[in-house]
Design a protein around this ligand. Structure first.
Ligand code: NI
Length: 255
């Protein structure tokens, strides 16, 4: 069985002690590819280093995370844009709106989201969306920007059946991670009503570890726990989950 971790911050310092072993554990579980969303200027060097050391299965995105959209956001955007002009990236990401942590720069977050969507539009590459406490708003913005050529992932999906439907109507996918395994979340009941054809798997490592590792460091090998839970939510086999979500990820990133 083959899996793809479509969203993992494997370059952060939480993996400095055992990064190669962690990657080996994931490969042993059948994880064939790791897609690395950028955060901001401070993470680009380590992300690109990881990618160059594991060029066969680690792929970098470029963009500015909404939590890094602050007073100096124009400089952040300039740096990310210059990298996108310099070399190829598999996607723009992660970008979006976060209304959970801090609403001070919500207008700047919206502006930066649209600017970065338009980079993806110009480059013809997908983008990966962070939508914490802002799912309706991000769906609305993507809808306004959708010209028929946009594609990507609403990462860390935790919404309703209706929201999932709106996302698939836009031609986008939902990223399913550790939240699915949390007892209280109820996401399993939502996903029961959503077609596997609209889903990809992700860990968001080192954050949001699935049960039974909740609260600990997350890593890409735990895609298996998420896939297991998705298989039971969908009343299907692990093999089917692996096959469909892997093909979906390949369809999105096209690399
Ligand atoms: Ni992330």
């Amino acid at each position: 069985m083959e899996f793809i971790d479509t969203h993992a911050h494997l370059y952060v310092e939480q993996f400095d002690e055992d990064r190669n072993e962690m990657l080996e554990r994931a490969r042993a579980q059948g994880i064939k590819r790791f897609y690395l969303p950028n955060i901001d200027r401070s993470t680009i060097d380590t992300m690109l280093k990881l990618e160059s050391e594991h060029a066969s299965d680690c792929f970098a995105m470029m963009g500015v995370h909404p939590c890094s959209i602050k007073a100096d956001y124009k400089d952040e955007l300039k740096t990310a844009e210059s990298w996108l002009e310099k070399r190829k990236f598999v996607a723009v990401g992660e970008i979006g709106i976060d209304l959970y942590w801090d609403k001070t720069f919500v207008e700047e977050q919206k502006e930066a989201f649209r600017i970065q969507i338009n980079w993806a539009k110009d480059l013809g590459i997908p983008f990966v969306i962070h939508s914490r406490d802002s799912l309706d708003l991000t769906i609305q913005i993507v809808k306004e920007e959708q010209d028929g050529n946009l594609s990507g992932i609403f990462h860390c999906f935790g919404g309703s059946v209706e929201q999932a439907k709106k996302i698939s109507d836009l031609g986008f996918y939902i990223g399913i991670g550790g939240v699915l395994t949390f007892k209280k979340a109820g996401l399993d009941l939502v996903l029961k009503e959503v077609d596997l054809a609209n889903m990809v798997l992700e860990t968001d490592a080192p954050y949001l570890a699935p049960t039974p590792f909740r609260g600990k460091r997350n890593e890409s090998a735990y895609i298996r726990q998420i896939a297991d839970k998705l298989a039971s939510a969908k009343e299907t086999s692990l093999e089917k989950v692996a096959e469909v979500t892997t093909q979906n990820a390949i369809n999105i990133f096209k690399n």
